[in-house]
Design a protein around this ligand. Structure first.
Ligand SMILES: [Zn+2]
Length: 310
């Protein structure tokens, strides 16, 4: 047990990791990313990534990613994959009545003001983003209430891109998950399960990415409710992610997968990029959503850490 003894205040954060308690008080010069990294660094101090996620089964026995240290990360002795789409006015977005394209405007220039500065506006659920548990279920945590420890987890990728190529409305089945486990071993407990559908190849076109028919109904792949229930119950996933606009497939009207995931207090990750750069397992995810007080979701920087040189 390690306790970082910092002055107590209303802002104090106490994080309990596997065999490790860290208390942190953000100072004025100690911004949020700094705090997050302090927590990770403290965890790494007493071991590898295995200390960041709790539970002996949070990694597979043979997942070498568990032994990566912050020293290796800082030295560039690991692979880092940025799973985040860049945000701009061409980014695809949900076709809701009050949803808007990304806006960015210059509010100061070096020539005029001596400083270069911009302002941006976007819906919470835009680009690579996190759906907080309160998005579809009352009484569940908002974006700022998600426990920090739930934002660090092992990851797996289930690839259904072949099936989605044949059927754009394809949904991940429980049988697909069973087949994946047969080939790759059990999904670690409390991991994040990412569904690779191949849909990110359409990211450059809002029309193609939404894939709406003449009635306006969208067509893209997603999770089935049965698979979502199984992952939540049997593998206690911290969250599920996908490379499309929604963890429910395009034609969904009831958003039942959102209800199952959010109803269990778990989060979704949508519009995830570069899943083709990840193996089926043996990587670690750092999920860093913007911290909007009472937010229902928000743009998220998402990184995967993998063993081996880039
Ligand atoms: Zn969303």
């Amino acid at each position: 047990m390690l306790n970082a003894n910092l002055p107590k205040s209303d802002d104090e954060t106490q994080v309990t990791l596997h065999g490790l308690t860290v208390s942190c008080q953000p100072r004025k010069s100690f911004d949020r990313p700094g705090l997050v990294w302090f927590v990770i660094a403290s965890a790494f101090y007493v071991g590898g990534l295995a200390n960041v996620v709790s539970g002996d089964d949070a990694f597979g026995k043979n997942d070498s990613v568990r032994n990566i240290t912050l020293e290796q990360l800082a030295a560039g002795d690991v692979q880092l994959v940025d799973l985040t789409h860049g945000l701009n006015d061409k980014s695809p977005f949900w076709p809701g009545a009050d949803y808007q394209p990304f806006e960015l405007r210059t509010i100061a220039t070096i020539e005029k003001n001596g400083v270069f500065s911009k302002a941006f506006a976007m819906p919470e659920h835009f680009g690579t983003h996190l759906d907080a548990p309160c998005h579809f279920e009352q009484g569940q945590p908002s974006l700022d209430e998600i426990k920090s420890t739930d934002l660090f987890a092992s990851g797996v990728v289930i690839d259904v891109s072949m099936a989605a190529e044949a059927d754009p409305d394809y949904r991940l089945s429980v049988a697909d998950v069973a087949n994946w486990e047969q080939a790759n071993g059990p999904i670690p407990m409390r991991a994040i399960v990412l569904l690779k559908t191949g849909w990110s190849r359409f990211w450059d076109s809002n029309v193609r990415y939404r894939n709406q028919d003449l009635q306006g109904k969208m067509h893209f792949p997603g999770f089935s409710v049965e698979a979502a229930r199984w992952l939540v119950k049997e593998r206690q996933v911290r969250g599920v992610g996908i490379d499309t606009l929604s963890i429910d497939h395009g034609p969904s009207k009831d958003f039942i997968v959102h209800h199952v995931v959010n109803g269990a207090g778990r989060y979704g990750l949508e519009n995830v990029a570069h899943l083709d750069k990840l193996p089926a397992r043996n990587f670690f995810l750092i999920v860093a959503p913007i911290k909007i007080t009472t937010g229902t979701g928000g743009p998220t920087r998402l990184f995967a850490v993998l063993p081996g040189n880039k």
